[in-house]
Design a protein around this ligand. Structure first.
Ligand code: ADP
Length: 191
C-alpha cells in the first residue's frame, strides 16, 4: 500500500491532480473538504458542527477531521493505497495520522508539496467559485483568510514530513498535464 499526502495551499490544484493520479496509479482518493461538504449538504449533526468553520475559512477541529480519516481507513482496508488530499492540515493531525496508520501496519510513503504563488491561488479560487458554487470560494475575504490559516497552521506540516525524509516539492504552475507529469516523476522515483 503506497499512501501519498498531496499537500499545498487552497487553490493549488490538489483536487484536479488527485483525480488524475487516482486513475494513473489505481489509488483511492480521499478529500476531507469533500467529506465535510457532503456532511453539510446532508445536514448531519457533524455537518452542522462544521458549517461555521468552513464559512469563515477556518480549519475544522482536529478531532472531528481525524475521526473522518479513521473511518475512511477502516472502510478502505483493502485498497492499493490512497491519495490524502487536504489532510493532514495541522501538526496534531499529522501526528494522529501516523498513530492511526501504524496501528494498522501502514505508513505515508510520500508527501508531495504543490508549490503555487499566493496571487495565483486567489485568482484560481475566485475563478473556481464561479463554476463550483462553493460558498467559501466566492468571497475574496474568505479566500485570503484560508490562505492566512494555511500559512499559520498548515505550512509547518511540510517540516513534519521533511524530518521523516518523505517530502518532495513540485513547482505547480503550468498546464494541468505539465504539473501531472512532474508529480508522476516524483512518485515514480520513490515507489
Ligand atoms: P481548499 O484546499 O481549496 O481550501 P478543501 O476542499 O480542501 O479546499 O477544504 C475546504 C475547507 O474544509 C477548509 O477551508 C477547511 O475549513 C475544511 N477542512 C478541510 N480539510 C480539513 C482538515 N484536514 N482540517 C481542518 N479543516 C479542514
Amino acid at each position: 500500500m503506497f499512501n501519498i499526502v498531496l499537500f499545498g495551499a487552497p487553490g493549488c490544484g490538489k483536487g484536479t491532480q488527485s483525480e488524475l493520479l487516482e486513475k494513473h496509479y489505481g489509488l483511492a482518493h480521499v478529500s476531507t473538504g469533500d467529506i465535510i461538504r457532503g456532511e453539510i449538504a446532508a445536514k448531519t449533526p457533524l455537518g452542522e458542527r462544521m458549517h461555521g468553520y468552513i464559512e469563515r475559512g477556518e480549519l475544522a477541529p482536529d478531532e472531528l477531521v481525524v475521526g473522518m480519516i479513521e473511518n475512511y481507513l477502516d472502510a478502505h482496508a483493502d485498497v492499493a493505497g490512497t491519495i490524502f488530499d487536504g489532510f493532514p492540515r495541522t501538526t496534531a493531525q499529522a501526528e494522529a495520522f501516523d498513530r492511526m496508520l501504524s496501528a494498522r501496519g501502514l505508513e505515508v510513503g510520500l508527501m508531495v508539496y504543490m508549490d503555487v504563488p499566493e496571487e495565483e491561488l486567489v485568482k484560481r479560487i475566485l475563478l473556481r467559485g464561479k463554476v463550483s458554487g462553493r460558498a467559501d470560494d466566492a468571497s475574496e475575504d474568505v479566500i485570503r483568510n484560508r490562505i492566512k490559516v494555511y500559512n499559520a497552521q498548515t505550512a509547518v506540516v511540510a517540516d513534519y514530513y521533511k524530518a521523516q525524509g518523505k517530502y518532495e516539492k513540485v513547482p505547480s504552475l503550468g498546464t494541468i498535464e505539465e504539473v501531472f507529469d512532474r508529480i508522476c516523476k516524483v512518485i515514480d522515483s520513490r515507489r
